[in-house]
Design a protein around this ligand. Structure first.
Ligand code: PLP
Length: 416
């Protein structure tokens, strides 16, 4: 008899968003006339930049003509896009990355899940806590986690790196010397935290010393506003120990378009084997590329017009983030993030647990947030709000939250 992958039965149920949907559905059934403000889900709301739409129209017309029609594209992305990425996101920032080290994909989530194909089942894994859940679930499916130990509340094959207010939500480098796959995500989802050059250097040094590999998810790189590293490859030695993954989803409104990329440099070798070559082999076998039309749309992000439009969209979201930060602070909350990331991470005011406070906000304020405990144990007692909503819903959420303490900051101008 065929045996199914036992990793799937080890997965914990995808409780977070299903449970949010259940509770929100229940509320809507009993309060059909109430307008909820939803700042829970991390999806963009602004439409695609017009430069992207124009480029896709043009590409669509090309696909409709015999002389310019294209069938299967290269597995790793068209050279025009790989070159635009290498030039704008790397060389333009003084980082020498070749187009042949850039691998275009249908998004960062796919790459986060697929990269595990390159590493053996007994490789140790380290993830932040709280964490974007895909990193854990992908490794559970791949058999790297072991069976969840209820008594310890841990996966035996997965180390968790605590991130809290005490370390500014940036994990401390461990004292051990075991090689592992280390997932770092900065700017961070869910905490909105960012990592500075010294902190990232410490991680790169640690990876080099221990033979570890850092999987650096920088899906939110475009939201950085302060003097911080935009790429792990800005750090000396990182090409030998890191893989970087990026996404056009949040940067340019591509959540429904699907395009991102992974950078693996030629210097990244394990036991004399090129990880880049393995990824080439893996993608050639299991992936057939991103549509030509989508890649032309992605390329347009790097045109002068596209850059301006993308900047305007990001600025819009970051104004929402600033409003959330200031408004929540004025309302008496401890607020983190929102400066270099489109998320704010908020402490429940009196130590309530995340779900209890979720219920309070839903039922008393008509606001949907994401309970922090859904991202890991260290998220307990926090909730996440996104800056991806409209200006109106952001301001309305702040107004409702401010009513709690009976004061609304008039100086911040947030109540209009
Ligand atoms: N990585 C992080 C940290 C994310 O928050 C998300 C989306 O929410 C993704 C990756 C997924 O990116 P993509 O849409 O490119 O698959």
């Amino acid at each position: 008899m065929i045996k199914v992958n036992s990793g799937f039965s080890r997965l914990k149920s995808n409780y977070l968003f299903a449970e949010i949907a259940r509770r929100v559905g229940e509320y809507k059934n009993t309060h059909p006339d109430d307008a909820l403000v939803d700042l829970g889900i991390g999806d963009v709301t602004l439409p695609l930049p017009s430069a992207v739409v124009d480029a896709m129209h043009h590409a669509t017309a090309e696909m409709g003509r015999k002389e310019s029609f294209r069938g299967y594209g290269p597995y790793y992305g068209y050279n025009f896009l790989r070159e635009a990425i290498a030039e704008n996101d790397y060389r333009g920032r003084g980082i020498e990355v070749g187009a042949d080290e850039v691998f275009v994909s249908d998004g960062c989530k796919s790459d986060c899940g697929s990269i595990g194909d390159l590493f053996s089942e007994d490789t140790r894994v380290a993830v932040c806590d709280p964490v974007y859940p895909v990193y854990i679930d992908a490794n559970v499916m791949d058999g790297r986690s072991g069976v969840f130990d209820d008594s310890k509340g841990k996966w035996p094959g997965i180390d968790t790196l605590y991130c809290g207010p005490e370390n500014d939500f940036v994990p401390d480098v461990p004292s051990g010397d075991e090689a592992c796959l280390i997932y770092l995500c900065f700017p961070n989802n869910p905490t909105g935290a960012s990592i500075n050059k010294a902190q990232l250097t410490a991680w790169v040094d640690y990876a080099l010393q221990t033979g570890s590999i850092i999987l650096f998810d920088s899906a939110y790189e475009a939201f950085i506003t302060e003097e911080l590293p935009h790429s792990i490859f800005e750090i000396e030695g990182a090409k030998k120990c890191a893989i970087e993954m990026r996404s056009f989803s949040k940067t340019a409104g591509f959540t429904g378009m699907r395009c991102g990329y992974t950078v693996i440099c030629k210097e990244l070798m394990v036991d004399g084997i090129s990880i880049r070559d393995m990824w080439i082999r893996r993608q050639a076998t299991k992936f057939n590329g991103v549509s030509y039309i989508t890649q032309r749309g992605a390329e347009a992000i790097y045109s002068t017009e596209g850059k301006g439009q993308v900047r305007a969209n990001i600025d819009f979201y970051m104004r929402n983030a600033a409003r959330l930060r200031e408004g929540l602070f004025a309302a008496g909350y401890d607020v983190f993030g929102g400066v270099n990331a489109p998320y704010v991470w908020v402490k429940t005011p009196s130590g309530e647990d995340s779900w209890a406070y979720f219920d309070y906000l839903l039922n008393e304020k008509g606001i949907v947030v994401t309970p922090g405990s859904g991202f890991g144990d260290a998220g307990e007692g926090f909730f996440r709000m996104t800056a991806f909503g409209s200006e109106e819903s952001t301001l309305e959420a702040i107004r409702r939250l401010s009513e709690k303490c009976g004061h609304v900051s008039s100086s911040s101008g947030l109540t209009t």
